[in-house]
Design a binder for this molecule. Structure first.
Ligand code: SAH
Length: 470
């Protein structure tokens, strides 16, 4: 809160602050947050904080709580990973199986996952979240058998946030040939968490990671921060990199709290500071001084070349990096294409963003003969185009809106280029991600429904190529 003052104007200030505070609490409550959440956000950010800063703070707090509860439930489902469809789902699947083939991609050792779960349509996330296999992970690896109709070409690769509302991954899977999602937390490959689900029809044997392996801990990535890192901050990894970062107000407040504390600070101060550091991915850049990661540091953690996003405003850089693929993770999955396509690949890239998929292919040494890139964001397009011009020799065709990529246009690209080898994309997660609960209306939400355009286009490519035996 503000500093106290003994004169009358101080009292007026105080009264004004109290009524502003009440107004803000009211607004937050009207948005659907609890009074308690609103109060805590005001304590964290100050009564003079802008309402959107407060909304961010409540949302970030919920993410942190979600992560916590997710960890607990991850723990409970350890033994059930990959075999988690629920009871009513079982009935529906059996019904569907009469009508069409069912093609699950295998649970442990290639078996179809058991359908004897308990919750309807829940798809608990595996723990550890290492997908079907990961380098250096010695758990039992998975083999899977896809039906002939589901294997490529065209290969496809779809990505979205792992922690979507209940039932959404089952729905995504149903729309993508009932192939089982591969859930991976990039934490197992690099120094920052990123829990994502991937549905694809790529082989999962003989994958190879990008070399050199990325830094796996905060200090490996940023050794120079060791100097300022207090012993009571025991983090070795950062949390998921988000689209927005902490305000200077928050970092100043933390610094002031530490300067006026003993060294080491009391446990209660340590806890408050650590809560904020974890929530906002703050790092120690000076004595008692925390700061958000710089965009180039996020680029490093996400596997992009340094300055990949340079040339657009900082807010845009954070936004596009927060939405992007973790390149090492995606490259590990795509690495199997190298042997299959020694002459390069023709890519249909939906929701290209800043080109995480393309950067992965490039780093794998896979030539992109053609990329049809569909991306609506001006900043992302600029970033991607500039990277392409600097590194690629193939053909790039850009399309703004996935809605304008009609089946007719896809058909003409297929005739022009002789088909696609890879259809890749992660559709917007705005209505799925935990940090956006008040618009968290799932796949049918305004943004997330673009998933159905991915499905439409993929199905069209598949059927057209099958028809022409490409
Ligand atoms: N995989 C990408 C990021 C995907 S995030 C990467 O590595 O960077 C989803 C992307 O979909 C965002 O970049 C967003 O701008 C884009 N998008 C949203 N609506 C779209 C639309 N109607 N058509 C095409 N792209 C869209």
């Amino acid at each position: 809160g503000r500093e106290s003052s003994s004169d009358d104007s101080g009292y007026e200030d105080f009264m004004r602050e109290m009524s502003e505070r009440d107004e803000k609490i009211n607004s937050l409550v009207n948005m659907g947050f609890s009074e308690d959440e609103a109060n805590r956000a005001i304590i964290r950010c100050g009564a003079d904080a802008d309402i959107c800063v407060l909304v961010d703070s409540v949302s970030a707090s919920r993410v942190a709580e979600d992560c916590h509860s997710r960890n607990l439930s991850d723990h409970q489902v350890t033994d059930r990973c990959f075999n988690s469809f629920g009871g009513r789902k079982k009935a529906r699947l059996m019904e569907e199986s009469r009508k069409k083939r069912k093609r699950y991609g295998g649970g442990g050792q290639g078996n179809r996952p058991s359908l004897d779960g308990s919750d309807e349509e829940s798809m608990p996330l595996p723990n550890p979240m290492v997908g079907f296999n990961l380098p250096g992970y010695s758990g039992s690896s998975v083999t899977r058998m896809l039906s002939k109709l589901d294997t490529g070409p065209p290969f496809f690769y779809y990505e979205n946030v792992a922690r979507a509302p209940k039932g959404e991954w089952a729905k995504i899977s149903r729309n993508l040939f009932d192939i089982q999602p591969e859930f991976v937390d990039s934490l197992h490959l690099c120094a920052a968490a990123r829990k994502r689900g991937y549905i694809h029809n790529l082989p999962i044997e003989n994958r190879s990671p990008l070399l050199p392996l990325p830094p796996k801990t905060i200090f490996e990535a940023f050794p120079h921060y060791k100097k300022w890192w207090p012993s009571w901050d025991t983090r070795t990894h950062l949390n998921c990199l988000q689209t927005c970062v902490a305000s200077a107000k928050l970092t100043d407040r933390i610094q002031r709290a530490l300067v006026s504390s003993s060294n080491p600070p009391p446990k209660s101060v340590q806890k408050d500071v650590m809560d904020e550091c974890k929530k906002w991915n703050l790092i120690w850049v000076g004595k008692n001084k925390v700061a958000p990661l710089e965009p180039h540091e996020m680029e490093l953690l996400l596997g992009f070349p340094r300055d990949h996003t340079r040339g657009v405003g900082k807010t845009q850089r954070y936004k596009s990096l927060g939405n992007s693929f973790q390149v090492d993770t995606v490259a590990y999955h795509l690495s199997v294409l190298r042997r299959m396509f020694p002459n390069g690949v023709r890519v249909l890239s939906l929701f290209t963003g800043i080109g995480g998929g393309e950067v992965a292919l490039h780093k794998l040494g896979i030539h992109m003969r053609v990329v049809i890139s569909v991306e609506i964001g001006e900043a992302s397009k600029k970033i991607f185009r500039s990277w392409w011009d600097q590194t690629q020799t193939g053909t790039l065709i850009e399309i703004d809106d996935v809605k304008s990529l009609t089946n007719d246009r896809v058909a003409s690209f297929i005739s022009q280029f002789g088909g696609f080898d890879l259809v890749i994309g992660g559709s917007p997660c705005n209505n799925l991600a935990g940090s956006n609960r008040h618009h968290r209306d799932g796949l049918e939400g305004k943004h997330s429904a673009l998933f159905y355009d991915y499905v439409r286009i993929l199905n069209f490519v598949k059927s057209t190529m099958a028809g022409r035996r490409m």
